[in-house]
Design a protein around this ligand. Structure first.
Ligand code: HEM
Length: 88
């Protein structure tokens, strides 16, 4: 998947919520954090709180200054596709 960018729906994102298959969205970008898991300075359990969903708020609450873009550069999957609901 070198150089390929795949838009991810929140439904798809939600399917990857285990330690062995962990995706996470931060500021509209989806990352596969499975391999980062064991390197997270805050530990596995903390990182697991944010998997399978948009973890922007959690992330910012703890360490808004951390340069995740650089740390996760090889883990980037694609933009989080947001669905606009036409019905009320
Ligand atoms: C600590 C990176 C997501 C909770 C850290 C540190 C880094 C880091 C670099 C060390 C910060 C420092 O010492 O200044 C990341 C990356 C994330 C991520 C790249 C995205 C994949 C999360 C999430 C949580 C979390 C979603 C959930 C709440 C923590 C906690 C610490 C920590 C509790 C320990 C803070 C401390 O001991 O002072 N993380 N983190 N992190 N992280 Fe994360």
């Amino acid at each position: 998947t070198h150089g390929r960018v795949t838009p991810v729906s929140s439904k798809e994102l939600a399917r990857h919520n285990t330690r062995e298959d962990a995706w996470m969205a931060i500021r509209g970008k989806v990352y596969n954090v499975t391999r980062y898991m064991d390197f997270h300075p805050g530990g596995v359990d903390e990182l697991m709180r944010g998997v399978g969903r948009d973890a922007t708020k959690l992330f910012d609450e703890v360490h808004a200054w951390v340069n995740y873009q650089q740390l996760l550069i090889k883990c980037f999957i694609g933009p989080l596709r947001t669905v606009v609901k036409m019905d009320s």
